[in-house]
Design a protein around this ligand. Structure first.
Ligand code: GMT
Length: 373
């Protein structure tokens, strides 16, 4: 099949999922065309059947807001025509779904058929998309898509709650490359971070408000009162500076390290004993899945799709948003030597449900089914 993939090119989970999916589809022989405003960060290999088309346009002084959606639509029309794209797989509804639907309508006028598969990822539904400045456009784009998927059951329910769309939504969860996300012991690295065999706790995110990163620091302070531990923050984003400042002002400062954006997250997760993800809302929690695949138990909230992934009492624990006392107590329970290994191995087992080899054929069958219609 000739497949167009629309996504954000950044470190966010939707862009990573879209890129890994496209690369894997190319590996099994499909022709893949990424369309975005930059080359996606994980699109780092050359393959003769893997293409990237950059959306760019000349700005004009009249425009207070650059009309990206129009430029994106025109680029989609061009790529579909030139490369005979069968299906467009759109990741994150805003503005990708509307642009794909508009391109489909333009192409219909030229007797060119292209199908649209829209995958909802999270804040396109739970935060940004439901705002009245976007809701009618998102609802219409869902109606006009040939297939709509969501990354968790919770996101599917939120979509019906927040939008007028009442068509089918298929749940296709995030996935993991289990070759890459595997615990690879590195004693040298572990000793550098935790020279006295302290427990290693990790948080990775894009440091947006929705991630509630200050809660991670508060939970860690409570844990550190009871056992020697180190905290690694991985990633970057708008909240990072204020958390670094808060950290400087507290007693655990010497035990906390900010590593910034990292490509080889699996190496950091491989020395971790616990992962904390205290998000306000999280449709799936790809970062938690990556941790579990590296045998790291998870302390998370029970919001969104997190309880579908993190089974409380088994792979970690879930708590109400903001309940940092419970999260710290649960963390201390997991970190007891007599419990830790069992949580680690059950986290790994749970992660195996989300292997790329399982999810890839589901998407392939979806594309097949829309093309045949
Ligand atoms: O919604 C976001 O904050 C961004 C989005 C992204 O582009 O990274 O993340 C969402 O999609 C991921 C991949 O499907 C999910 O694993 C994340 O849970 C989800 N984030 C939220 O719901 C906050």
């Amino acid at each position: 099949m000739n497949i167009g993939i629309l996504c954000y090119p950044t470190y966010g989970g939707s862009g990573l999922i879209a890129t890994e999916l496209g690369k894997s589809l190319a590996d099994i022989g499909h022709q893949i065309h990424f369309i975005s405003y930059n080359q996606p960060v994980r699109l780092d290999t050359f393959k003769e059947n893997l293409f990237f088309h950059e959306v760019s346009f000349n700005n004009y002084p009249l425009f207070k807001y650059a009309p990206y959606e129009s430029a994106l639509t025109s680029k989609i029309v061009e790529v579909v025509k030139v490369y005979q794209i069968d299906v467009l797989h759109v990741h994150y509804a805003i503005p990708h779904a509307a642009a794909a639907v508009m391109a489909k309508k333009i192409l219909e006028k030229k007797n060119i058929q292209v199908k649209v598969v829209t995958t909802l990822h999270g804040t396109d539904i739970t935060l940004v998309g439901k705002d009245k400045s976007f809701e009618p456009v998102v609802s219409y784009s869902l109606f006009e898509s040939d297939v709509v998927t969501a990354v968790s059951n919770s996101l599917k329910i939120d979509t019906y709650k927040n939008f007028t769309y009442d068509g089918d939504i298929k749940v296709v969860p995030n996935f993991i490359d289990s070759q890459r996300f595997n615990r690879k012991p590195n004693e040298h690295f572990r000793k550098t971070i935790a020279p006295n065999n302290e427990k290693v706790i990790v948080h990775t995110s894009n440091f947006r408000k929705v991630k509630r990163v200050p809660d991670v620091l508060q939970i860690f302070r409570k844990i550190a009162k009871h056992l020697p531990a180190k905290l690694l923050f991985v990633g970057d984003g708008p909240e990072r500076n204020s958390i670094e400042e808060a950290c400087l002002a507290c007693e655990v400062c010497k035990d906390v390290t900010f590593l910034g954006k990292q490509d080889a997250v699996e190496e950091i997760l491989s020395i971790a004993d616990l992962f904390i993800i205290p998000s306000q809302t999280e449709s799936f929690g790809l970062a938690a899945l990556e941790a579990m695949a590296c045998e790291v138990p998870v302390i998370s909230t029970n919001s969104g799709g997190l309880p579908e992934l993190n089974i409380t009492g088994v792979t970690g624990f879930t708590s109400d948003v903001g309940d940092i006392d419970k999260m710290a107590n649960d963390a201390l329970h997991i970190l007891q030597d007599e419990h830790l290994n069992q949580f680690k191995s059950l986290a790994k087992i749970q992660s195996l449900k989300y292997k790329l080899d399982t999810i890839l054929p589901i998407y392939e069958r979806l594309y097949d089914s829309v093309i045949e219609r």
